[in-house]
Ligand binder design. Structure first.
Ligand code: IPE
Ligand code: MG
Length: 225
């Protein structure tokens, strides 16, 4: 969800104004994704590298997670949305942890739509945490090194309950992965949109999906003859 700061700057407003407007884009996009028949949507809300930002901005981003969940959780739960949060939980403030756990518990039985929020998430951190847990399993004699396959490794990742992403959309004209879903993006189609996140909407999502459908996916095989 990139481009909040630039969106605000264009309007002569503080970056936090852009982040607040970004929450509105998130609400729109969740709604639009459901309408368009998407079953899994994962958004990048706060990265393990975002701690480098000024404390004031970090606090604003955490406040927006609090606000989003407190405002929308009941509605999401009612509408069959299963909410998951991925990322490192160690070190998060206790009230944020409580919010995250409540959101997951309250929507646990929902199946219509899967909304995953990557918060305090970094792909390298996720892989390192998985490796650490696998090492503990091996050291404890519960897992044999030869059984560490791609599938088994994936089951230790935060995304173990999610399918591999088909489409990865990066907004705001940037063309890099920025530590998002490094493992999972192996065969994702990348779409780079110039739209700044606060302007993202159903049209922008539809355009990205249309671009996705123009791609020929080979997964390392050869194309159709
Ligand atoms: C939002 O956009 C990304 C988050 C960390 C929530 P940015 O804050 O990166 O906005 P730009 O890239 O400065 O425009
Ligand atoms: Mg940015």
């Amino acid at each position: 969800m990139d481009g909040n700061g630039r969106w605000a700057k264009q309007r002569g407003r503080p970056r936090t104004f852009g982040h607040a407007e970004g929450v509105e884009a998130l609400r729109r996009t969740v709604e639009a994704a459901g309408d368009l028949g998407i079953e899994y949507l994962t958004v990048f809300g706060f990265s393990t590298e975002n701690w480098r930002r000024p404390a004031e901005e970090i606090n604003a981003l955490f406040d927006l997670l609090r606000l989003y969940v407190s405002r929308d959780l009941d509605k999401l739960a009612r509408e069959g949305v299963r909410v998951r949060i991925i990322g490192e939980r160690v070190g998060l403030q206790s009230d944020i942890l409580r919010i995250v756990e409540e959101a997951e518990a309250k929507t646990r039985h929902n199946t219509r739509f899967n909304l995953t929020i990557a918060f305090n998430y970094g792909g390298q951190d996720e892989i390192a945490r998985a490796a650490r847990r696998i090492a503990e399993e091996v050291a404890g004699g519960r897992l044999a090194p030869q059984d560490i396959t791609v599938e088994r490794f994936g089951s230790f990742l935060d995304t173990c309950e999610l399918p591999m992403p088909d489409l990865l959309i990066r907004t705001s004209g940037e063309a890099r992965l920025s530590n998002f879903m490094l493992w999972q993006a192996a065969y994702a189609e990348f779409v780079f949109s110039d739209v700044l996140w606060p302007d993202f909407d159903k049209d922008a999502l539809s355009a990205s999906i249309a671009e996705f459908h123009r791609r020929e996916r080979r997964f390392g095989g050869h194309g159709a003859e």
